[in-house]
Design a protein around this ligand. Structure first.
Ligand SMILES: *[C@@H]1O[C@H](CO)[C@@H](O)[C@H](O)[C@H]1NC(C)=O
Ligand SMILES: *[C@@H]1O[C@H](CO)[C@@H](O)[C@H](O)[C@H]1NC(C)=O
Ligand SMILES: *[C@@H]1O[C@H](CO)[C@@H](O)[C@H](O)[C@H]1NC(C)=O
Ligand SMILES: *[C@@H]1O[C@H](CO)[C@@H](O)[C@H](O)[C@H]1NC(C)=O
Length: 341
């Protein structure tokens, strides 16, 4: 089975969520707010839409000031990305990271609940990968200096950081990624921030119909599909998350949490693999998976939460499936129905 392919997903998790879960069900479901459309609602209207649908977490791909202004006082938890092109400067010194933070984040910090800052999105392996660790370290230094230790600083990776990931237990980080990812995960494991991972069962399914069953990709299998030693898997998402845990363990990192920064299923663009009905099944099951408050077969105690990609169909992305990951049309009508609580 070839997992693979790019794209993202992110998932927010902390031990504290489990501790409060008994008395207060915390909705660990977020949606990525991509803004690559010229026909999207205004940021204040988008924030209202999140609130109307009870979506408690939002991820921004860059510190868009209009979006951050609209989030003031909303109570929505925000994961904020840096632009990839800003990584090099942020990595250059603590002062440069402070300038980035003061310009982009500080004006909003008293009224917007920023829970994570992600230094870069899917740049490992690649030319920018070497800047990620120093960027994380510099930003960590800045938030600590401001007494904002509740903000976790991390990065977002795609499954391209993994080598062969089937079965999950044989997984290691890929040779191309190792030089950069190992230092990053060791740092995160000491700072206590999760690693954010983008996981797209859709791409595994669409690229390997022979070996990847639709029910396994969509959380609809009624029993184990993959057996890996003593661990059985009925869905691909859990298997990919455990592949990461195995890769981390092989580097001696056993206490790092994972958050799904992106996952989703397009509703159009690839024939009968991408219908609104299939996208609805995947994304509603993903919401249920996040709300279930359970971990994976390998780490049942590490509740898995995260973000669906994406809020809107975005017409300035490449044509085809890339424009059709949205839960909502640009006119704010749902592409299909999903319940978030
Ligand atoms: C949001 O939550 C409220 C309170 O639980 C509920 O009444 C409402 O139907 C929910 N809205 C949607 C769109 O699910
Ligand atoms: C921000 O979100 C965190 C994480 O859920 C929560 O613990 C905290 O109370 C929130 N802060 C505010 C001001 O809403
Ligand atoms: C798509 O159509 C092909 C050919 O009719 C069929 O074999 C396949 O099961 C369909 N896939 C889905 C997901 O509906
Ligand atoms: C939710 O968790 C229970 C108990 O771990 C499990 O049996 C069930 O399959 C899970 N449901 C989903 C949708 O993940």
């Amino acid at each position: 089975m070839g997992l693979v392919n790019t794209i993202l997903m992110l998932l927010t998790f902390a031990f504290v969520h489990q501790e409060v879960a008994i008395t207060e069900a915390r909705l660990d479901v977020g949606v990525d707010y991509g803004m690559l459309g010229n026909d999207l609602p205004s940021p204040p209207a988008v924030v209202q839409l999140y609130q109307l649908y009870n979506i408690s977490k939002l991820r921004l791909f860059d510190p868009n000031p209009a979006a951050l202004a609209a989030l003031k006082g909303s109570g929505i938890e925000v994961t904020l990305g840096t632009l990839n092109q800003d990584l090099q400067i942020i990595a250059s010194s603590v002062d440069a990271a402070k300038t980035w933070f003061d310009t982009n984040v500080k004006p909003f910090i008293s009224e917007v609940n920023i829970t994570y800052i992600s230094a870069g999105n899917e740049v490992i392996p690649g030319e920018l990968a070497k800047y990620v660790l120093p960027a994380i370290q510099n930003l960590q230094n800045v938030v600590q200096g401001y007494g904002l230790a509740t903000i976790g600083v991390t990065t977002v990776v795609a499954t391209t950081v993994l080598g062969t990931s089937y079965p999950p237990s044989i997984t290691t980080f890929s040779e191309a990624a190792r030089a950069d990812i190992v230092g990053i995960v060791k740092f995160l494991s000491s700072s206590g921030s999760p690693l954010m991972i983008n996981v797209y069962p859709y791409f595994a399914y669409a690229s390997d119909l022979v070996n990847v069953r639709l029910d396994y990709a969509q959380f609809t299998a009624t029993g184990p599909v993959v057996q890996d030693g003593p661990l059985s898997y009925s869905n691909l998402l859990d298997a990919v998350v455990d592949a990461y845990y195995w890769a981390l363990e092989k580097e001696g990192v056993t206490n790092l949490n994972l958050v799904i920064s992106e996952s989703g299923w397009p509703s159009a663009g690839n024939g009968n693999f991408t219908t609104p009905a299939l996208a609805q099944i995947y994304n509603q099951n993903l919401v249920k998976r996040f709300l279930n408050n359970t971990g994976t077969p390998k780490h049942p105690d590490r509740s898995l939460g995260g973000f669906i990609f994406a809020m809107f169909n975005e017409n300035q992305k490449p044509a085809g499936i890339e424009q059709n990951f949205g839960l909502f049309n640009p006119d704010a009508t749902p592409v299909y129905d999903i319940v978030f609580n």
